[in-house]
Design a binder for this molecule. Structure first.
Ligand code: SF4
Length: 286
């Protein structure tokens, strides 16, 4: 059997930087707190908690004092920095530079044009979205579904931004609909649409489609917690019905590899390369 690991799968640079920052700190200290999952992948979390990373909730964060906490790639709202200052918490800020730039952009929009509605297309409650909303001084709205567009005031200016990991097809639907609604009100000059989906994510759908079509079977390695993973798996499955979603090598036992000569292994931006490699090894050994 020929096994190929997709060279484009694996952590994005934002996640790589956050993990590197945690590993560096843990070389010299026993413990490091991280506000929320550093990556949406249980196997990688197990590895990192094994070397001293402790994942904490926002509630637990509020109760900490005089310690060090890592901010993951998704970023955090300003209130987190305020709490850290008040509680004498040193932050290792691993907010991805792409997310940090988007936060800055929204912050300056709100400062310069306080009447403009800031619309963030993304998943309600997602850490990155919360971080972006935090810059809007309560003047932001999350757009998760087409129905959410009914809450926009079409007589007032608005700027539409995307969560960096937003699904491009879904975002295109929001763009079309919001533009139409403004147009209906003869106010199309009032809407500004910005495509702020991270390039590392927007190219993946096309790449994964091409990859999946080359093999008899595809093992898509991810975690149920990764929405980007679930979305990319759907694309794989559509392209190649012999696609399987697995989270660890233990699940290989449930797949029938009879008549399968070529296998492609791929994953999301939250899938560690070591995990794909260990799955390939296990498959080779049989
Ligand atoms: S997906 Fe893009 S924006 Fe998000 S953390 Fe990774 S590199 Fe940064």
């Amino acid at each position: 059997m020929t096994i190929t690991i997709d060279k484009n799968s694996g952590f994005c640079f934002g996640v790589i930087n956050a993990i590197k920052a945690a590993e560096e700190y843990l070389k010299e200290h026993h413990t490091l707190y991280c506000l929320g999952d550093i990556v949406h992948n249980n196997e990688e979390l197990k590895r990192l908690t094994g070397i001293g990373l402790k994942i904490i909730t926002p509630e637990q964060f509020k109760n900490l004092q005089h310690t060090t906490v890592l901010i993951r790639a998704h970023g955090e709202p300003p209130v987190t920095y305020k709490i850290a200052k008040a509680n004498n918490i040193t932050l290792i800020d691993a907010t991805c530079q792409v997310v940090a730039k988007l936060q800055q952009r929204i912050k300056s929009d709100v400062e310069n044009n306080p009447d403009t509605q800031i619309l963030i297309a993304g998943k309600a409650g997602h850490a990155e979205v919360e971080g972006l909303l935090g810059q809007t001084k309560e003047n932001g709205k999350v757009i998760s579904t087409i129905q959410d567009l009914e809450n926009v005031d079409y007589s007032k200016p608005a700027k539409l931004y995307a969560q960096t990991t937003q699904n491009a097809e879904k975002y295109a639907k929001f763009e079309t609909k919001i533009y139409k609604n403004y147009r209906k009100n003869n106010n199309e000059a009032l809407i500004e649409i910005h495509n702020t989906i991270c390039k590392r994510v927007s190219n993946r759908a096309k790449e994964i489609k091409e990859f999946a079509s080359q093999f008899d079977a595809v093992l898509f390695v991810s975690d149920n917690k990764s929405s980007n993973g679930l979305f990319l798996y759907e694309i794989c499955k559509k392209q190649n019905p012999e696609s399987y979603f697995i989270s660890s090598s233990n699940q290989l036992n449930f797949i029938d590899f009879k008549n399968i000569n070529t296998v492609g292994i791929c994953g999301a931006t939250s899938t560690p390369v070591w995990l794909m490699t260990s799955i390939a090894e296990k498959l080779r050994v049989g």
